[in-house]
Write a protein that binds this ligand. Sequence first.
Ligand SMILES: Nc1nc2c(ncn2[C@@H]2O[C@H](COP(=O)(O)OP(=O)(O)OP(=O)(O)O)[C@@H](O)[C@H]2O)c(=O)[nH]1
Ligand SMILES: [Mg+2]
Length: 579
Amino acid sequence: MLDFFAIFSKGGIVLWCFQGAGVTEPFAGPVNALIRSVILQERSGSNSFTHNALSLKYKLDNEFELVFVVGFQRILTLTYVDKFIDDVQLHFRDRYKNELEQKGAMKFLLNDFEFEDDFKSLLRDAEESGRVRNPVAMRNFTESQKSQKTVKSMIESKGESKNKAQGGKKNKNAKKDGEWSWKPALRDIFYSQNILPCLLHLYSKSPKPQKPKTKEMRVWDMGGTKTKELDYSDDKVNGSYDAAGTDTEQAEAKKGAFGGMFSMLKGLVGSKSLTRDDMESVLDKMRDHLIAKNVAADIASQLCESIAKKLEGKVMGTFTTVASTVKQALQDSLVQILQPKRRVDILRDVLEARAQRKPFIITFCGVNGVGKSTNLAKISFWLIENGYTVLIAACDTFRAGAVEQLRTHQRRLNSLHPPEQNGGRPMVQLFEKGYGKDAAGIAMEAIAYARNQGFDVVLVDTAGRMQDNAPLMTALAKLIAVNTPDLVLFVGEALVGNEAVDQLVKFNQALADHSMSDKPRLIDGIVLTKFDTIDDKVGAAISMTYITGQPIVFVGTGQTYNDLRSLNARAVVNALMKA
Ligand SMILES: Nc1nc2c(ncn2[C@@H]2O[C@H](COP(=O)(O)OP(=O)(O)OP(=O)(O)O)[C@@H](O)[C@H]2O)c(=O)[nH]1
Ligand SMILES: [Mg+2]
C-alpha cells in the first residue's frame, strides 16, 4: 500500500529506502519537492505534504540529523501511517545507535543500513493494527434491535416515561461512577490512538496533573532600544535573544545553591538534547516578538512550530543556550524564506521577449490604495532608464481619476526622458479607453497595440479591489486568464499585518478558481510598498513570501520615481531580530 519509504540524512545522503511492489515511479521527485517546498521553507509545522497524486508524511530526527519520509497514494486513507513512521524512527535509531553516534557525514556513507527485514515486520504490524481500526460495518434494519420490537412496545405510557426518566438519570449516575458502555471496537480505537487516557483524565475527579511550570523569564522590553530607521548596513543582530538566554540562566541560578549552580552550568555547556518544554518559553517570546514586528499571527505560530519540530531532539553544542540556539534557527529560517526560490530578472526577460518580437507583459493587482499605480510608474521609470519602451495600459476603468493619474505619470516620465533624445519616439505611452469599459478587453487591445508598435513592455494597471468582493475578483481573474501576462505582481503595503494572509490567499484562490488551465496562473511576485513608513516592523515581508512562496521583486520606499529597491533579505532579517 505504501509507494515508498526513505530514510536520509539532512545532508541528503539516502541511508535506506523501500519501494512498494509494482511502483515504478522514482521517489526522488516527490522527496525533492518536499525538501524544497516544506523543509527548507520552514513549513514543517504540519507533517504532511501532497505532491501530485502522492501524500507524503515525514518526521525529522534532529538528534541524528535524519529525515524519515513515507509516500502513498493520496486517495488512500492510511490511519496507521503516523504511528508507523514513529515506530520506524525509534527502531532505526535503536538498531543503528552506535553507527549514528559516530562523528561526521562519513558515518552515513561507510555504514550499511540493512533495515529491510525490520521494516517489513514493522509494516506488517502497522497494517494489522490498521485493519483492527477499520470502522465496523453498519447493520441493516433487519439485523437491528429496533426491527425486533413490536409497535406496541414503542408506545410510551405516562408511568413508563417517568420510569424511563429515572432510568436515564440512573444511567447518568452510572456514567459518573465510571461504568463505560462503549462498543469494544470504539474503545480499541481510543486505546490504540492514545485518546483514552486523555478522555478518562477529563472525566476523572482527581485534580489534573499539572505540567511542570517553566521558570519565569524576564519579559522582553521590545520598545526599549528601538531604532528609528531600518539599519541596512549593520549586519550584527542586536542581542535581545541572547540577553533573554542569559537572563534565563540568571533566573535559574537564583533558584538555589545546588540546583541553580547545576542548571547554570547545564545551560552553558548544553550538551543535552532539546525538548519541547525547554524551548516552549523561548518560542512563546519569539512568536510575540515576530507579531510585534508585524508578522501575521498565523505565520508567526507556524514558523515557531516549524522551528520547534526542527530542533526537538537536537543535541546543543557546547557553550550554547536554548535561547541562542532557537534564535539562530529562526534567523536562518527567516533568511531562507526571504531568499528568492526562483530567478525573477525582468530586464533579462524583457530582452528575451524583445528577441521574440513580443512585448513583456506585467499585470499589477492588489487591494485599494496600496500603491499599484505609483509603483507601476516607478517601474516604468526604471525600465526607461534601462533603455526599454513602455506602454501603460489603463485598465482601472473604475476609480475616478485613475486614468488621469497615469496620464500625468506618462507626461512626467516623457519629460524626464524626452523623445528627442530617443530618436523622436516617446519612451512611454498610455493606452486608455476611458471609464466603465471591460478591463480585460482593454488589456487585450493594449497588448495587440504594443505588439504592432514594437513596445518592449506593457504594464497593466488594474483597479484596487477588496479580496472579498467576488465580482471584482472574478473580473481580475478573467483579465489574467485571457491575457496571460508574463508576470502577475501582487502589490501589498508593508503596513499590513494579519490581513496579508487573507489578501494573498484570496487573490490566489480567485486566480486558481477562474483559471482555464490545469496549472492555474497564480501570483508570481510581490511589490512591497510603503516600506519607508514602517520603521523596523518589517514582518509583512515574511508573511507575504511565506504564504505565496514567491519572491519580493520590488520594494517601494517612497513617493518619487527613484524610490524603488530590491529586497535585501539579510537586512530585513536583521531588522526583524532587533529588539
Ligand atoms: N510612503 C510611500 N507612499 C507610497 C508608496 N507607494 C505609493 N505610495 C502612496 O500611496 C498612495 C496610493 O497610491 P496609488 O498608487 O494611487 O495606489 P493604488 O493602489 O493605485 O490605488 P487604487 O488605484 O485607488 O487602488 C499615494 O499617495 C502614493 O503616493 C511608497 O512606497 N511609500
Ligand atoms: Mg491605482
